[in-house]
Ligand binder design. Structure first.
Ligand SMILES: C[S@@+](CC[C@H](N)C(=O)[O-])C[C@H]1O[C@@H](n2cnc3c(N)ncnc32)[C@H](O)[C@@H]1O
Length: 316
């Protein structure tokens, strides 16, 4: 039995952790970085990078390089770097850099990142697409007496209540996720806040965006959101390395300049979801089909689930 935070970290980033497996995250679930939607996402990020005056992109939690490929396809010409816990993927284009990371809340140093990027970080946009939801955090629950206690877990997922949460976690919960009713859960966002701020302070990028599913203070989910993913399906969160373990992100407690909904981000920086003129079909049938595919990929980013993701934007 150990705390959820510890068990979660070991299950994902330990020696045989889930994220060290050969098949990578895309072997278990689809994200907006994949396929034609990935290109529309990349176009949106290129628009944000331009808006922020960044010409390089660093992708934290780069999986097996899916977003890096999409950024090149979408026309990004500046330096590109992927950061993840595994070795450089064999099929990554030679012009893109790669650096290994310890995983979870821990990241490589600014020096290592700049060296691998081949450009200064103050000209870079850092993208963290579905990183923070897999940064393990303290999971707590209100007991029958009204105290907030840390939840402990066995590798098979069996839970028990441990000690009262520490003073810093309690203070975070009181400010960001007040819970009083017995049984209510709190996924204490401090570890995510610190990981994000730590990156901003250490790397000092031109701008950074965390794109993730999350919630704000007025909409915290009372039972919590801790869940597992395996082979494309939602499963019970089991910290034994057999599945992903994830919890939505309390986005408003993260340091930010702007919180933007995914759909608004696409409208502001991304490609148009408007269907091409019918006339194009007659003049250039292949071009028409291509434009139609791009518009429908953009439309996929406007609707659920990706349109409801949060874009947490911090500018340097
Ligand atoms: C949910 S997957 C998302 C992958 C990809 N960004 C996407 O959206 O398809 C989370 C990824 O974050 C990586 N990750 C977790 N902690 C990390 C860290 N500290 N540094 C770099 N990558 C990390 C995991 O190894 C995994 O590949």
């Amino acid at each position: 039995m150990s705390t959820w935070a510890r068990a979660w970290h070991d299950a994902l980033y330990g020696e045989d952790g889930f994220y060290r497996r050969a098949e990578g995250p895309s072997g278990h679930f689809e994200t907006a970085t994949h396929g034609p939607v990935g290109r529309a996402l990349a176009t949106t990020l290129i628009g944000l990078a331009r808006d922020a005056g960044a010409h390089a992109v660093v992708d934290v939690g780069a999986g097996r390089g899916e977003l890096l490929h999409a950024l090149r396809d979408a026309g990004h010409e500046g330096p590109l770097l992927g950061v993840d816990v595994v070795e450089r993927p064999a099929d990554l284009d030679p012009a893109s850099g790669w650096v290994r990371s310890p995983g979870g809340a821990a990241l490589p140093s600014a020096r290592d990142v700049e060296e691998a990027l081949g450009a200064p970080l103050d000209g870079a946009l850092v993208v963290a697409h579905e990183w923070l939801d897999v940064v393990p955090c303290v999971v707590a629950q209100v007991d029958d007496a009204g105290s907030l206690r840390e939840v402990h877990v066995d590798p098979d997922g069996t839970e028990t209540l441990g000690e009262d949460v520490g003073a810093d976690d309690l203070a975070w919960a009181q400010r960001w996720w007040p819970a009083r009713e017995p049984g209510q859960r709190v996924e204490v966002g401090r570890a995510r806040d610190d990981a994000w701020s730590g990156m901003l302070d250490a790397w000092r990028p031109r701008a950074a965006v965390a794109v993730d599913y999350g919630h704000v203070r007025s909409q915290r989910p009372e039972p919590g959101t801790l869940s597992g993913y395996r082979d494309g399906a939602v499963t019970a969160p089991t910290p034994d390395g057999s599945c992903d373990v994830t919890a939505h992100v309390a986005v408003d407690s993260l340091r930010h300049d702007e919180l933007v909904m995914g759909a608004d981000a696409v409208r502001r920086w991304g490609p148009s979801a408007a269907s091409p003129e019918h006339d194009l079909a007659r003049r250039d049938p292949a071009g028409y089909l291509d434009a139609l595919a791009r518009a429908s990929a953009a439309a996929a980013l406007l609707g659920p689930p990706y349109g409801d993701f949060w874009w947490v934007v911090a500018r340097g």
